[in-house]
Design a protein around this ligand. Structure first.
Ligand code: HEM
Length: 127
């Protein structure tokens, strides 16, 4: 018998789990007064769809990310490292509430941290 550990995608609960995780996550992000202003004029339907694809692909699921390059969408909107860190903290909390292995959470965070430079661009210094 194979004892392959379920992927993070499977632990989250497949497509349905990812969808509900993304909903929870954005509820937290939009409740954060430092992050909410970035999303004021953003079409949330598309963002939600793109985030589902992104997190499905990033957790070992079947979806392919068809969105725009992350460096483009986040360019010149003033995201600092501090915003980035708050964003990933909300992600960690979302996953911790779902009984996901701590190691899987850390793996995912290190995968998204790879995008820190692209997302914060030239605004990586606060103030
Ligand atoms: C690990 C970190 C992040 C990931 C993986 C991520 C991922 C994404 C994805 C997949 C999209 C949709 C791309 C598309 O529409 O094709 C997006 C859009 C967006 N993200 Fe992020 N993001 C991250 C961090 C942040 C942070 C820290 C902020 C702001 C505080 C932010 C603000 C936005 C905004 C405002 C949009 C919409 C842009 C637009 O539609 O013009 N993101 N992000």
């Amino acid at each position: 018998m194979s004892e392959t550990k379920p992927s993070l995608y499977e632990q989250i609960g497949g497509e349905a789990g990812i969808a509900s995780m993304v909903d929870d996550f954005y509820e937290r992000v939009l409740a954060d007064p430092e992050l909410e202003p970035f999303f004021k004029h953003v079409p949330m339907d598309r963002l939600n769809r793109m985030q589902r694809e992104f997190f499905s692909a990033a957790t070992g699921g079947p979806a392919e990310f068809t969105g725009k390059p992350l460096s483009h969408v986040h360019q010149n909107i003033g995201i600092t490292i501090r915003h980035f860190q708050r964003f990933t903290e909300h992600l960690i909390e979302t996953l911790e509430e779902r009984d996901i292995d701590e190691k899987e959470i850390l793996d995912l965070i290190s995968r998204v941290n790879v995008y820190a430079d692209e997302i914060t661009g030239s605004s990586s210094v606060d103030g």
